[in-house]
Write a protein that binds this ligand. Structure first.
Ligand SMILES: Nc1nc(=O)c2c([nH]1)NC[C@@H]1CN(c3ccc(C(=O)N[C@@H](CCC(=O)O)C(=O)O)cc3)C=[N+]21
Length: 286
């Protein structure tokens, strides 16, 4: 292997430690420890693991764990009432509605009830609009985590060719906007893109968030490129991403592994957003 392996686990730990110091400083300045309300509906095993990790790491950073759980058959009005209760509760700095929701629930209508100031996932229309306009706001955690990794590894962005594979509201679209804000030349690819490997080979920075295991192979990587794999898939032989890691690592200059790449950064940025939200709500520091 020739590529440098980007250590998301280590960077995430440093970010969480910094958040922990920020929490302590907020409390020392007369503020209240940030409260994170993770909301889990039902018993999806993967979601349970993610939520458990978010809760554990928020407590480690000195935050209050204000987790709420509703049964899988909770109806739209019940979940809406819970979101409204958390929205009104001053102890709640951030609300994270774990996705995906059971199929009978409408996620957009529920996300719309989260006040922008408590939207630590950066998913509300207000925060998406602020990002699109290049104004300050809470940013979606996964793309924010990718930007933190690129900065930590000093990957040049200004004038660079960046290709984003995937156009989801959660990752692809905000990812493209964050790269654009840093003056990259951004191309967004998706399922209808003609000759995907050819477009990807233009990239100095290739971010793959398509949700298709092994979609991107070495034929899609320019020699020396930085490859960021946002995919996460549970197979018989463990976790894998959207990128054929072994093959791509022979061509790339730097690459994120799965696990240990973007995933831990998502949680670290959630904690950073929760601290930011608490500071703004309490009017203490920045
Ligand atoms: N409202 C909402 N916000 C989210 O941010 C959100 C969500 N819903 N639903 C599901 C996805 C997925 N997600 C991950 C978080 C951490 C890891 C993570 O820590 N991954 C570890 C491995 C963990 C493991 O072993 O499963 C790693 O890649 O090294 C992965 C994925 C957040 N999501």
């Amino acid at each position: 292997m020739t590529a440098r392996v980007i250590d998301g686990t280590a960077v995430a730990r440093r970010v969480r430690e910094e958040v922990g110091r920020g929490v302590a400083a907020l409390v020392a300045a007369g503020g209240v420890a940030p409260g994170l309300a993770t909301v889990l509906i039902g018993e999806d095993p993967a979601s349970e693991v993610y939520v458990r990790n978010k809760r554990r790491l928020s407590v480690e950073a000195g935050m209050q764990d204000l987790h709420r759980h509703l049964p899988a058959d909770a109806d739209q009005a019940t979940v809406a009432a819970l979101v409204d209760e958390l929205a009104a509760d001053p102890a709640v700095s951030g609300i994270l509605l774990q996705l995906p929701l059971p199929r009978h629930l409408d996620p957009d209508a529920l996300i719309a009830r989260i006040p922008a100031a408590k939207d630590v996932d950066g998913l509300t229309t207000a925060n998406a609009g602020l990002l699109a306009q290049g104004r300050p706001g809470l940013r979606p955690c996964t793309p924010a985590g990718v930007m933190a990794l690129l900065d930590e590894y000093e990957v040049p962005l200004s004038g660079a060719e960046a290709v984003v594979v995937g156009r989801s509201v959660l990752v692809g679209k905000p990812m493209a906007q964050l790269l654009l804000a840093r003056n990259a030349t951004v191309t967004v690819c998706h399922s209808r893109t003609r000759d995907l490997p050819e477009v990807c080979r233009r990239a100095d920075v290739l971010v793959v968030a398509a949700g298709i295991p092994g979609l991107v192979g070495d034929d899609a990587v320019k020699p020396g490129a930085t490859v960021i794999d946002v995919g996460i898939h549970r197979g018989e032989d463990g976790l894998r991403g959207d990128v054929e890691f072994d093959a791509a690592a022979e061509v790339a200059g730097a690459i994120t592994p799965v696990p240990g790449g973007v995933g831990p950064m998502t949680i670290a940025m959630l904690l950073a957003n929760t601290l930011t939200a608490a500071r703004v709500q309490q009017g203490i520091g920045d």
